[in-house]
Design a protein around this ligand. Structure first.
Ligand SMILES: C[S@@+](CC[C@H](N)C(=O)[O-])C[C@H]1O[C@@H](n2cnc3c(N)ncnc32)[C@H](O)[C@@H]1O
Length: 259
């Protein structure tokens, strides 16, 4: 249970993700999703919805029914308060671990979103989740995934407090010491501070993820490797994946389909 101060801080953060099209971390997600997908009339699952900013954005941008699920009770507490504050009708939030209590067979989705989720889950669990997601996605449904690959400048999720991009490549002891020195509480029930969040990262890279998806019967239908170089005139559609430019990729965007 969060304090009023924590709840309000969470609502402020999630409101920005909902309403601000330039919100940090999610503005490119929003742009790509709008370009590629039309969610009108769709049943949508926002898996790992966190505090619900994107969940409300889906429901508000299109005429669709959206379920936001997250394993973290504190995040769902904020998401429900955000929903009440914005009086969104077509959104449902639930705290659930789908590996322990699977979703009912009546729930089938056209689109599943995992924005900034897959890099936070250990790989054996991630594989089990992708097996499970087969049963809740309709036969011609799609999963949209975004994540910062481990080589990216801010993949550590702590470079804003450590103030060193790519700090994940410094000796482990040194990075953890720097995080501990600048540690910040982050509202999670399961990951209550930046150090615990850093320690739970799975260091995901495209090759490893592609193999995991392939082994669990998913095929990659679309891939965009987004980098700051895409902001240069005429270069927005290029994927800069060749070394050393691959270290500038800030996010991978994938659309998955069932094999
Ligand atoms: C960085 S947050 C992203 C939140 C949200 N998708 C967004 O873009 O704002 C990652 C979320 O994944 C959730 N998560 C991690 N493991 C999960 C699991 N096994 N099932 C559901 N959610 C999970 C975490 O609790 C956290 O809220």
């Amino acid at each position: 249970m969060l304090t009023t101060q924590q709840l309000n801080a969470g609502i402020e953060y999630a409101s920005d993700n909902f309403k601000n099209d330039q919100a940090p971390h999610l503005h490119v997600d929003k742009r790509i999703i709008k370009k590629l997908l039309n969610l009108d009339g769709k049943q949508v699952l926002d898996f790992g919805c966190g505090m619900g900013g994107m969940t409300l954005w889906y429901a508000n941008t299109w005429n669709c029914e959206v379920y936001g699920l997250d394993i973290d009770a504190n995040h769902i507490e904020v998401a429900k308060a955000l929903k009440d504050r914005n009086k969104e009708q077509n959104v449902h939030f639930e705290q659930r671990n789908i590996l322990e209590s699977p979703l009912g067979s009546e729930l089938k989705f056209d689109n599943i979103f995992m924005n900034d989720v897959v890099e936070h889950i250990n790989l054996p669990t991630l594989a089990q989740l992708f097996q499970k997601l087969h049963s809740v996605l309709k036969p011609d449904g799609q999963i949209f995934v975004s994540y910062p690959p481990w080589k990216s400048p801010h993949a550590s999720h702590v470079s804003h407090v450590v103030k060193i991009p790519w700090c994940q490549f410094l000796p482990d002891k040194m990075v953890k010491k720097m995080i501990a020195k600048n540690n910040v509480q982050i509202l999670g029930d399961l990951e209550p501070d930046l150090l615990s969040a850093y320690e739970s990262l799975n260091k995901l890279e495209h090759g490893v993820f592609k193999k995991l998806l392939n082994e669990n019967n998913w095929t990659i239908d679309y891939r965009k490797s987004y980098s700051a170089l895409n902001k240069l005139p005429g270069l927005s559609n290029i994927n800069f994946r060749i070394f050393p430019l691959n270290y500038l990729i800030t996010k991978e965007f994938l659309i998955l389909k069932k094999k």
